[in-house]
Design a protein around this ligand. Structure first.
Ligand code: 4AD
Length: 456
């Protein structure tokens, strides 16, 4: 008989009294005098189904009690205590045995310990819940943009230009260790693409090109950063959601970001009540209330200049001193969102020196039309801006920064052929997941984290 998802056994009351086949891994097992109980989980739901073996029935069960073993169970669905479905086993097949040294024992393991076994940790309640939340959020993001007429585009992962201009690109090369080339130029000329290539830090530049044709687009794919940041919120490979909107100025970019964040959190709360209850109980007390509160209020908006003033007047002893012109550190971001606004807050109009070359230059000559969204607990989850649409101003900034204009000819041509005001933002997908689950470390919200000094 074809097996059905354990999730369906819980959801479909009509199955009570019928015969089903389920498959899964043993989470716990108990052997009492007349009956044996097995809690089976197949990953389709947080809940384990209880398999009841009546020892008098003659069903062979002894080999099926080992933690981690995979089983196929045929039996009848019955209502157990509190009307919760269980399965009275009629036959049990051990598909894969599991020895006693199976690392995921019944006790609660630390997240650090689980990080050492990314291939197994998906079988714990925590990662089961994280991965389901991740999947639901991804779908909610696609649905949001679809409902607003955005076109989903796929931008290249291998690129010849550094979007953020911050020199954090991983190099892509087919030439291994080699000393036969006289200089860098000769080396790159002989490489696969005939010039230097890297993994994209952002799909924005190509996203802008697509928006200049399709009006409203978004990308949702991996971005790569070779930054040496061994922090709880940095990955070398993270998933990046990047909408780009033609004919939009900064306020519309901000409005879209707020609307999208609220939409996906509402969807999550409605779709994953069990998972969210789990995170509320085990990782952050009051999480659900905090998220309900977040989406029922307008997000705050403050300029960078005002934020600096607030930080200076705070009387706080920050590790990184605050001066106009400094980059905001996580401690500053958290202070602004947690202590001052007590909610999500957009910080706008940053000094041009600390932001990327493509941002629209404000009339004050000092700041650019940038925006970051800061949330309590995590800090920045979104970075975006209105883009500089004026060819001459953009070229001047790139020259000031010593950039090689030849690498950006396509991008610059957009400003020649029917240039329009436009803007967009990048949402760090894992940062969003951290925020909505209360998980404190970004390594715990992605299947296989890639971080400085660590890959497997
Ligand atoms: O602020 P960032 O660098 O902006 C851009 O890349 C723009 N091109 C986006 C755009 O306007 N289309 O990155 C955007 C977001 C950050 O706010 C953060 O959430 C996430 O990407 N991010 C990271 N997440 C995990 N690990 C890292 N190393 C990250 N770097 C950025």
């Amino acid at each position: 008989m074809k097996h059905i998802d354990i999730k369906e056994v819980f959801a479909d009351k009509a199955l009570v009294g019928t015969k089903v086949t389920v498959c899964g891994w043993v989470r716990t097992a108990r052997d009492s005098k007349n009956v044996a109980f097995i809690e089976l989980n197949d990953g389709t739901t947080l809940k384990h189904i209880q398999i009841v073996v009546d020892k008098a029935s003659g069903v062979a069960y002894e080999d099926a009690l080992k933690l981690g073993s995979s089983l196929k169970v045929e039996g009848t669905v019955v209502e157990g205590r509190n009307e919760i479905p269980e399965i009275n086993a009629e036959s049990i097949t051990v598909i894969g045995t599991c020895p006693a040294e199976y690392p995921l024992q019944k006790k609660r393991h630390t997240l650090e310990f689980l990080r050492t076994m990314p291939h197994l940790r998906g079988r714990t309640n925590t990662f089961n819940a994280v991965m389901r939340v991740r999947s639901v959020l991804a779908q909610a993001i696609h649905n949001y943009f679809k409902s607003k007429n955005f076109v989903y585009v796929n931008t290249p992962l291998i690129t010849g230009s550094d979007c953020e201009g911050a020199g954090e690109m991983f190099q892509v090369t087919t030439i291994g260790y080699n000393t036969e080339y006289k200089n860098e130029q000769e080396y790159y000329e002989n490489d696969f693409f005939g010039k230097k290539a890297g993994l994209s830090v952002s799909g924005q530049l190509e996203g802008e090109m697509a928006a200049m044709a399709m009006g409203k687009i978004y990308t949702f794919g991996p971005s790569f950063r070779a930054e040496n940041s061994n922090t709880p919120k940095h990955l070398a490979e993270f998933w990046h959601v990047e909408p780009e909107i033609a004919f939009a100025e900064l306020p519309e970019v901000i409005e879209t970001a707020e609307d999208m964040v609220k939409h996906v959190i509402r969807t999550l709360l409605d779709t994953c009540p069990n998972e969210m209850k789990f995170f509320d109980e085990h990782f952050e007390k009051g999480l659900i209330d905090r998220l309900e509160d977040l989406i029922s209020h307008d997000f705050g908006v403050v300029t960078y200049t005002e934020a600096i003033k607030l930080l200076k007047e705070s009387g706080e002893n920050f590790v990184y001193p605050v001066e106009w012109g400094c980059d905001l550190q996580t401690e500053h971001e958290r202070y602004i969102s947690e202590k001052v606004f007590k909610k999500a807050v957009f910080v706008t109009d940053y000094p041009k020196e600390i932001k990327s070359f493509y941002m629209k230059q404000n009339p004050d000559g000092k700041t650019v039309a940038a925006v970051d969204l800061l949330v309590p607990g995590v800090g920045e989850i979104i970075g975006g801006s209105e883009r500089e649409a004026d060819y001459d101003k953009l070229v001047a900034t790139m020259q000031e920064r010593g950039m090689n204009l030849d690498l950006y000819t396509d991008y610059l041509e957009l400003r020649k052929y029917g240039s329009v005001p436009h803007g967009g933002f990048g949402l760090g997908f894992e940062r969003l997941i951290m925020y909505v689950t209360g998980m404190q470390n970004i390594r715990d919200v992605i299947l296989f984290p890639r971080t400085v000094g660590s890959i497997r």
